[in-house]
Design a protein around this ligand. Sequence first.
Ligand SMILES: Cc1cc2nc3c(=O)[nH]c(=O)nc-3n(C[C@H](O)[C@H](O)[C@H](O)COP(=O)(O)OP(=O)(O)OC[C@H]3O[C@@H](n4cnc5c(N)ncnc54)[C@H](O)[C@@H]3O)c2cc1C
Length: 317
Amino acid sequence: MAIIVFAETSENQLKKSAFEAVGFASGMATDAGPVIAVCIGPVSNAEALGNSGANEIVTVEYNGEFQAENYAEILAQICKNNNAETAVISNSYSGKSIAGRLAVKLGASLVTNVISMPDTSNGFRIRRSVFSGKAFGWVKVENSKKVLAITPNSFEIPNTGNTASISSFQADLSQVPNHSKIVSVNKVSGKIPLTEAEIVISGGRGMKGPENWGMLEELADVLGGATACSKPVSDMHWRPHSEHVGQTGITIKPNLYIAVGISGAIQHLAGVSSSKVIVAINKDPEAPFFKAADYGIVGDAFEVLPKVIAAAKALKA
Ligand SMILES: Cc1cc2nc3c(=O)[nH]c(=O)nc-3n(C[C@H](O)[C@H](O)[C@H](O)COP(=O)(O)OP(=O)(O)OC[C@H]3O[C@@H](n4cnc5c(N)ncnc54)[C@H](O)[C@@H]3O)c2cc1C
C-alpha cells in the first residue's frame, strides 16, 4: 500500500522538510509500499524528491494562498485514489494545520511530533516528543490508517539516486466549506526561514535594544544562518514575532544554536533544547543557559560578539 507524503513548498521551491518527510516515508516503505510525494501549487524542482526516496511525484494545480481545508481535501483525495493507509506530513505550522483535518477525513489515527522511525516488530509503535520536548513517549497505533506528523530536523535526508515518475492531479474542491478566508499574507522573503536554518543566532534582553541586532545579523550572515530571539524581545517589538522561539513561539532544532544575552528560562529552552550544539554567551556565570549549553562563554556580549564575528570571518576566508 502506498504512503502519501505532503511535500511542502515555499516560493515555488521544495522546503527541506519535504525531503525529510519523503526520506522518512521511504524508510518505512519496505513494509508499507511505494512513496508518493504530493506537491500542491507551483513548484520548480519537484523531480528532486526522487533522490530522497519518492517513487512517484504528483503535482496538483493550485493557485490560491495556502488553505489547510483545501490542502487536507486534496491529500485525502489522493490517499483514497491510491488506497493509501499512511500519510506523512512535516510537523510544521502548515503541516500541523493539515494533519488533523486529514486524519478526520481518512478516519485515521494522528501522531504528531514524531521523532523516530516506527517499530513494527510488535504492531506499530512510534516515538513522539511531549511536554515541549522535555520527554518522549511511545505511541502504539492500532488503526491501520495513520497520519504521521514528523518533527522537522529529526531525520536524515537520504540520497537514494532514485528517479521518480511525475504525474499531475486535478482535485475537486467544490465540497470544501469556506469556513475561513485568507485576508492578508505577510511573507518574510530573502532570508533563510528560521525552521529551515542549520545555524541560528539568537538574542535576548541582554542585547539591550534593537539597535544592537546588527552584530547578530552579521554573525548570521557570515555563518549562513538565521536570527531568532527570546519572547520579551519580540514582545517589546525589538524583533518580529516570527523570530520568537520557545514554548509559546517556534520550536527549532538547528545544528548550531548560539544564544546571546538570553537567560535560559525553561520556556525558552522548550523551543531550542533539541538543537544539536548549543553555545551560550552571557555575562552572568550563573545564567541557567549554561546548564543546557554544550559550550559557554562568560562575558559581555558587546565584547565577545565582535571577536566571534572576526573568528567566523577568518574561518570562512
Ligand atoms: C507561559 C510562559 C511562556 C513563555 N514562553 C516563552 C517563550 O516561548 N520564549 C521565551 O524566550 N520566553 C518565554 N517566556 C518568558 C521566559 O520565562 C523568560 O522570561 C524569557 O525567556 C527571558 O528572556 P531573556 O532571557 O531575553 O531576558 P532576561 O531574563 O532578562 O535575561 C537576559 C540575560 O542577558 C544577560 N545579559 C545582560 N546583559 C548582558 C551582556 N551585556 N552580555 C551578555 N549577557 C548579558 C543576563 O545575565 C541575563 O541572563 C514565557 C514565560 C511564560 C510565563
